[in-house]
Design a protein around this ligand. Structure first.
Ligand SMILES: Cc1cc2nc3c(=O)[nH]c(=O)nc-3n(C[C@H](O)[C@H](O)[C@H](O)COP(=O)(O)OP(=O)(O)OC[C@H]3O[C@@H](n4cnc5c(N)ncnc54)[C@H](O)[C@@H]3O)c2cc1C
Length: 369
């Protein structure tokens, strides 16, 4: 008989979070190890995490293990349209929460979770994990095991690429996240404390593919001048602090998400545009939902029982579908360069900014997935 209850495929954040979370409810986990000799992650991205994700990381003892400068609270958020004065502003103070979100170092989070999994007594790291009655596929959007299990991935490419980098500004960020919907590109600056405390940003700039290639190849000074032009200097003079990296963007979902003895989690189950910073939040919410479903199962029910796993799929269907619709809807709304659309969306932003209850509702939705 196998010593494991669950085997987990994949080596990213969702796989580690799932292993630690299931070990906490007493399950023995075989977790895929990073390839022998693989260096620690140096992912340049910064992730915006919502309070539910932070609570999960706190329960897994990973949050406080993150170095102080690898997690920064977002106190204010400004979202701007492509016309002068069209903007919407959110504040943690008005929302009566300690922070609207937290910005974390993607590589640091991955490394902290990987180390925690290595120390957890009920988690065994193996190059080829298994076998076990339940297999969790957390292999990300390009998962191979997903197709082998009979699930298909419906994918729509946006034709856009996200350019990510770390920046340092010549003035403090004051915990303010900024986003410009510029039609057709979308630029986000996430306040951060690395490499310089109080004045660094994580950049996520989503652009049509050809433009992204141009900015990736541009000399640092030219890139910085492009950032100044795009942001109107609102965050100060921005200096590139390290490498630029790029990711092609798509919308995707798997069908089905579960089957006899298996379930998909994270980007292996769904992929969304990063404009709302919610992809990983959805994956961590998958972990929470699956842990609850397995912990609450009837004593006679096997871990791989398809009816049990369908409970997980049902719980995640609506939040995942809704987030895909919101991000895709926003992308299409702001992708149009037509003047009529431009007027409509910019008036919409200004109107919502003056409707306090609508704004509070929007922020509360974004705070929890
Ligand atoms: C530019 C950008 C910015 C983003 N910003 C945010 C944000 O602010 N907030 C947010 O919540 N989300 C954000 N996201 C989304 C986030 O990156 C993903 O949702 C998240 O990384 C998914 O985690 P995962 O563990 O499911 O998949 P992955 O991160 O893809 O991890 C899966 C890992 O498993 C490995 N793997 C796959 N198959 C095998 C195998 N057979 N053997 C060994 N290893 C294997 C893969 O190589 C990969 O490293 C952003 C995405 C992009 C592109």
């Amino acid at each position: 008989m196998t010593p494991f209850d669950v085997r987990i495929l994949g080596t990213g954040i969702v796989s580690r979070a799932a292993a630690l979370s299931l070990a906490r409810i007493g399950l023995n986990v075989a977790l895929q190890a990073r390839p022998e000799g693989a260096p620690a992650s140096t992912d340049v991205r910064t992730y915006a995490l919502n309070p539910s994700s932070v609570q999960l990381l706190e329960r897994l003892r990973a949050w406080t293990t993150l170095p102080e400068d690898a997690r920064t609270a977002v106190l204010d958020m400004q979202v701007q349209g492509d016309a002068h004065a069209s903007r919407i502003e959110f504040s943690a103070w008005r929302q009566a929460v300690p922070a609207l979100a937290w910005i974390v170092d993607a590589g640091a989070l991955e490394n902290v979770l990987d180390a925690a999994a290595g120390f957890a007594p009920q988690v065994t790291l193996q190059a080829e994990p298994g076998p076990a009655p339940l297999t969790l596929v957390c292999e990300g959007k390009a998962s191979l095991s997903r197709a082998q299990l009979g699930a298909r991935f419906v994918r729509h490419a946006y034709g856009h690429t996200a350019v990510a980098a770390r920046l340092v500004a010549d003035r403090p960020h004051a915990g303010c996240a900024r986003q410009w919907f510029r039609a057709p590109d979308i630029l986000g600056l996430l306040p951060f404390d690395r490499p310089e405390a109080g004045c660094s940003y994580g950049l996520v700039w989503s652009l049509p593919q050809s433009e992204a290639q141009r900015w990736l190849a541009a000399a640092p000074e030219e890139f910085e001048a492009g950032l100044m032009a795009a942001t109107g200097g609102e965050a100060g003079q921005l200096r590139l602090a390290g490498e630029r990296a790029a990711w092609p963007l798509a919308l995707g979902h798997a069908e089905p998400v579960t089957g006899p003895g298996w379930a998909l989690l994270g980007d292996a189950a769904h992929q969304v545009h990063p404009l709302a910073g919610q992809g990983l939040n959805l994956g961590l919410a998958d972990v929470v939902a699956l842990t609850e479903v397995l912990a609450d199962r009837e004593v006679w029910r096997a871990l791989g029982d398809p009816a049990l796993l369908r409970r997980y799929a049902r719980r995640r269907a609506l939040p995942t579908w809704a987030m895909a619709r919101v991000t895709d809807g926003l992308w299409h709304l702001f992708a149009h360069e037509n003047v009529g659309w431009r007027e409509l969306r910019n008036h919409g932003l200004s109107l919502v900014n003056h409707l306090a209850p609508v704004k509070r509702w929007l922020a509360s939705q974004a705070l929890d997935v």
